[in-house]
Design a protein around this ligand. Structure first.
Ligand code: AMP
Ligand code: MG
Length: 435
């Protein structure tokens, strides 16, 4: 069967063109209110202003004594200033006694400055006597005082719409009294794997069958970048079954299918996608993961990833992850990059952009990188060992040991060189044929 029609003719696109075309057609999802406890990892869909100043009042930054700086003029360890202690002030209490000349109030960190006092001397610089305190340093006015509004001023815009909520933002929202906050909705991402050869993880692997890897890796990738995966399981390679599953996926915010999009594929996936929506079958000038389908089923964006597990993961990281991040309102959509020195020689014939699964590690002040294992599009061991993709540009045919090369971070760099990892990406003969 050949359903290759001109409307969906394969085009050779660069990685950047493909990503730009995708992102131009991906919407940011609407807002929803969430509890503060659920705001982590979300993007604010409202401007958050300060409802009051923080700190709300001048207060002590230290456990010590609130006093009048002028009373400590010239004080030293040998010639301390002796002041009369007139009260004790714990945090959470309001001072009911002022400080007058010659007096001090014992004060705890966070307690409001008593009227009259203009400085704090920490307890380590004092010595307690009977109803008195000996102050062994000369304090300047304002010493160890935290002033009202020094962190946040009432009415200021503190967290603008679009802010990514990390633990610090959660703390700030609490500081600003927000029990609820508007955030961008997380996309619900339906994941459908296809192929008559697939069995589930706990089923017997009978002759000709393989375990379904992609259903689980794709769902994990969805969750890892903030989406909510919905498993559609496996559709066998029949139009009826595929169509039913794809229709189910059309109730989600995004549908990701696995396999059946390469050139030589038995084309039921293509038939069904063509029937239900507008899908382009692209050839992206990259390695691995050259075949990629992208389009819409009704209003639902849809990706078709290659079936080989490592290629599927690479295509996800480069195209689906940015889309899922954009849907959540995130600003930085691509993986962070840094430059590293290559330990190995890397070949990149064919003028494609290569994403070599790499092992990145610290070396003194810089970073070094080496291939994490064999390069085949189906090889998962290298993916498991990898913490980055080494990105070899289209116009670089060979990277020599010692060359500096860009990497995309999947994870934090390792602290040290691996005990035993292959130095060369073993270019298996099958590699070039595998997407
Ligand atoms: P395809 O994209 O359909 O040509 O598949 C390419 C290769 O990926 C074939 O060897 C498939 O058996 C394999 N494959 C497809 N889907 C999966 C999956 N869900 N898990 C593991 N391997 C898969
Ligand atoms: Mg197949």
């Amino acid at each position: 069967m050949n359903v290759h029609n001109p409307a969906t003719a394969e085009r050779l696109l660069s990685v950047d063109e493909a990503l730009a075309a995708i992102l131009a057609r991906i919407p940011v999802l609407p807002a929803e209110p969430v509890l503060l406890d659920d705001a982590l990892g979300r993007v604010l869909a409202e401007d958050v202003h300060a409802d009051m100043a923080v700190p709300p009042f001048d207060n002590s930054a230290m456990d010590g004594y609130a006093l009048i700086a002028a009373d400590t003029e010239g004080a030293t360890r040998e010639r301390p200033a002796v002041l009369r202690v007139v009260a004790d002030l714990p945090a959470g209490q309001v001072p009911d006694t002022p400080v007058r000349r010659g007096e001090a109030i014992r004060i705890m960190t966070g307690a409001p400055m008593p009227p009259g006092a203009d400085a704090i001397v920490r307890v380590e610089d004092t010595e307690r006597g009977e109803g008195t305190v000996r102050v062994r340093i000369a304090a300047r006015p304002g010493r160890d005082v935290r002033f009202a509004g020094e962190d946040v001023r009432a009415g200021d815009l503190i967290l603008p719409r679009g802010s990514y909520v990390r633990p610090a933002e959660v703390g700030m929202l609490a500081m600003l009294g927000r029990r609820h906050v508007q955030v961008v909705r997380r996309p619900r991402v339906a994941v459908l794997t296809t192929g008559d050869e697939l069995v589930d993880v706990d089923e017997p692997v009978t002759p000709g069958k393989i375990r379904n890897v992609n259903l689980y890796s794709i769902m994990a990738q969805v969750r890892w970048c903030g989406g909510e995966p919905i498993s559609l399981g496996v559709a066998r390679d029949t139009v009826a079954e595929l169509e039913a599953k794809v229709r189910e996926g059309m109730t989600a915010d995004l549908l990701v299918t696995s396999a059946g999009v390469s050139v030589g594929d038995y084309d039921v996936v293509k038939v069904v996608l063509d029937k239900l929506g507008h899908i382009d079958f692209w050839r992206v000038n990259m390695k691995p993961a050259r075949p990629l389908a992208f389009g819409h089923l009704g209003s639902v964006p849809m990706f078709g990833l290659p079936g080989n597990p490592a290629a599927s993961m690479v295509a996800f990281e480069e195209f689906v992850r940015p889309a899922i991040l954009k849907m959540q309102g995130r600003q930085a959509l691509r993986h962070a990059t840094l430059q590293a020195v290559s330990d190995a020689a890397l070949d990149n014939r064919g003028g494609r952009r290569s994403f070599v699964r790499g092992y990145l590690y610290r070396d003194g002040d810089g970073y070094r990188v080496r291939p994490a294992g064999p390069e085949g599009a189906g090889i998962m061991t290298a993916m498991v060992r990898a913490n980055c993709f080494i990105v070899i540009p289209e116009d670089v045919a060979r990277v020599a040991p010692g060359d500096t090369i860009g990497v995309e971070l999947l994870d934090a760099p390792a602290a040290e060189a691996p005990a035993a990892a292959p130095l060369a990406a073993s270019a298996s003969g099958a590699e070039d044929c595998c997407d």
